[in-house]
Design a protein around this ligand. Structure first.
Ligand code: AMP
Length: 509
């Protein structure tokens, strides 16, 4: 199917229903949303875009982002949403790699982006205006016929190491992740609201799909990004509002909510994920913001959800293992099979730690034009996530770390996440990230980067850590820092921490 059929149907059934809002104002209803998409599709075709061609979106969130995306699909083409915070040169590399025919970009960076494309000899056309979609008399293209296995979204990974890879997602994957949302996160009624404080170009962007299918309202904040006060105000305005928030965003929401005279209003669900949510942080968020949290664990290669910790579990405080479950990434969702494997790919018994492997129709079709990387990632139909975890007897999945982040000290595996969790229970510790430092005696030793709220001594941190975890896991060295280096999606850049640590050692030597 052409995924844009969902928009056509919502427009047929509920033409007057509010579809997209910009801040507190409705920007278009479903009839207008579909018309704008069909005009975009016509415009694209007039530029020579054929079904299967790639069209890039190098844009910050804006109300016309979604009509552009659905217009691309309406024309049978493939959307390539790209992180708007990338440098023009990085975006140009993606345009070249994905062989984008057209790229939409913000008018302010049109010249720099065009220049960057020229420098590497790419002939992608650059479009900085979307005026065509608002012209009442502009022609509209009929919905193009596509199959379930035609690519629709080329999802460039955040690339915390090396060049990003283009994950190919087809209608099949987008449909499955939408159904997983209904099945495991929450149902969506007509008029329910999804806010978009997170970039539409990344995982958070997928959350708009269930809301188009069921004629909900997608709201783009006026700040075109994440302002915690604005997000909470928009929830209070629109009501029954949900949104995706990375853990760093949740922390900022908590700080913002503390300044309000009462608990935030209008929230349905804040879905958190995309990185580790520490126990201390989620407990605080529940206390300050309220009973509105559900967690997902997924990755670009298996979008939106591998596992879900639904609101009912997050709130089940009377369960004897509530805290354990809160620290997990929930249970495996209906459309996914998970197994934990050892290095040789053999399945491990319940309770043992190994790589999380996934089989599902949600799993990507492959990496764009990279059969070698695809063969490495998907073996015998199982996606190797690169995440280390364990399943418990009740089917809850715990994520320990990325396999490359695991520290092996004196032949014993140490999961940085455990040490981070322990340090974060100290009330004056704001953020922590733990890495391994190469060591001639131990192979690796544990090193912690800590952001404190007040002045804390290394001795205090060490004593606190020792009161929580085994002695061999305790950091051998602490870096007390003002902030942690993060990528544009708020993920801590452990590679940068390793470099900082190595530089520190050099200056000491
Ligand atoms: P990306 O493909 O950029 O969305 O990154 C996906 C990676 O983020 C996963 O492979 C995990 O390592 C991490 N991640 C995603 N969701 C969670 C979660 N709920 N808890 C901990 N880590 C997560």
């Amino acid at each position: 199917m052409n995924i844009a059929l969902w928009l056509a149907r919502s427009a047929e059934r509920y033409p007057q229903q509010a579809a997209i809002a910009y801040g507190t104002q409705v920007w278009c209803n479903y009839a207008q949303f579909a018309q704008r998409a069909a005009r975009t599709a016509h415009w694209l075709q007039a530029q020579g875009v054929q079904p299967g061609d790639r069209v890039m979106l190098f844009l910050y969130n804006s109300p016309d982002y979604l009509p552009l995306m659905w217009g691309i699909w309406w024309a049978g083409a493939v959307a390539v949403p790209v992180n708007a915070k990338l440098h023009e040169r990085e975006a140009a590399w993606i345009a070249q790699h994905g062989e984008a025919r057209i790229a939409f970009c913000d008018s302010k960076r049109e010249n720099d982006f065009t220049q960057a494309l020229r420098e590497i000899g790419v002939n992608t056309g650059v479009a900085a205006s979307t005026a065509f979609m608002l012209q009442e008399d502009a022609p509209q293209l009929p919905l193009q016929v596509r199959s379930d296995d035609d690519p629709v979204w080329l999802f460039y990974t955040s690339g915390t190491t090396g060049r990003p890879k283009g994950v190919v997602l087809c209608a099949r994957q987008l449909r499955s992740c939408t159904l997983a949302y209904f099945g495991s996160v929450q149902s969506v009624e007509r008029g329910d609201t999804m806010l978009h404080p997170a970039p539409l170009s990344h995982g958070g962007g997928m959350y708009h799909l269930p809301y188009v299918l069921n004629a909900g309202l997608n709201v783009v904040p006026r700040s075109d990004g994440f302002d915690p006060h604005e997000a909470l105000a928009l929830a209070a305005h629109w009501q029954r509002a949900s949104f995706f928030a990375a853990p760093t965003m949740v922390r900022r929401l908590v700080d913002a909510a503390r300044t309000l005279p009462e608990r935030p209003q209008g929230l349905a669900t804040i879905v958190y994920g995309g990185g580790p949510m520490y126990l201390a942080d989620i407990e605080e968020a529940l206390q300050v913001i309220g009973p509105h949290f559900a967690q997902i664990y997924g990755q670009g290669e298996c979008p939106m959800t591998i596992s879900v910790l639904p609101k009912s579990d997050v709130l089940d405080t009377r369960h004897p293992r509530w805290r354990e479950r809160l620290a997990s990434v929930g249970h495996v969702q209906a459309m996914v099979e998970v197994r934990i494997c050892d290095k040789a790919g053999a399945e491990l018994p319940v309770g043992e730690v190994g790589e999380i492997c996934v089989r599902s129709e949600l799993v990507m079709a492959g990496y764009w034009r990279d059969p070698e990387a695809t063969a490495k990632a998907i073996r015998n139909g199982w996606l190797q996530t690169g995440d280390v975890g364990r399943l418990d007897a009740d089917g809850y999945l715990s994520l320990l770390d990325r396999s490359k982040d695991m520290v092996i000290s004196g032949g014993t595996n140490i999961y940085p996440r455990e040490v981070e969790e322990a340090l974060l229970t100290h009330p004056q510790v704001a953020e922590v990230s733990v890495i391994g430092r190469p060591d001639p005696e131990w192979g690796e030793v544990v090193v912690a980067f800590v952001v404190c709220r007040t002045v804390l001594s290394v001795a205090e941190l060490d004593a606190h850590c020792l009161s929580q975890v085994a002695r061999f896991k305790r950091p051998k060295h602490y870096h007390l820092v003002q902030s942690l280096p993060k990528n544009n999606y708020g993920k801590v850049l452990k590679t940068e921490l390793r470099t900082l640590d190595a530089q520190h050692l050099q200056t000491k030597a």
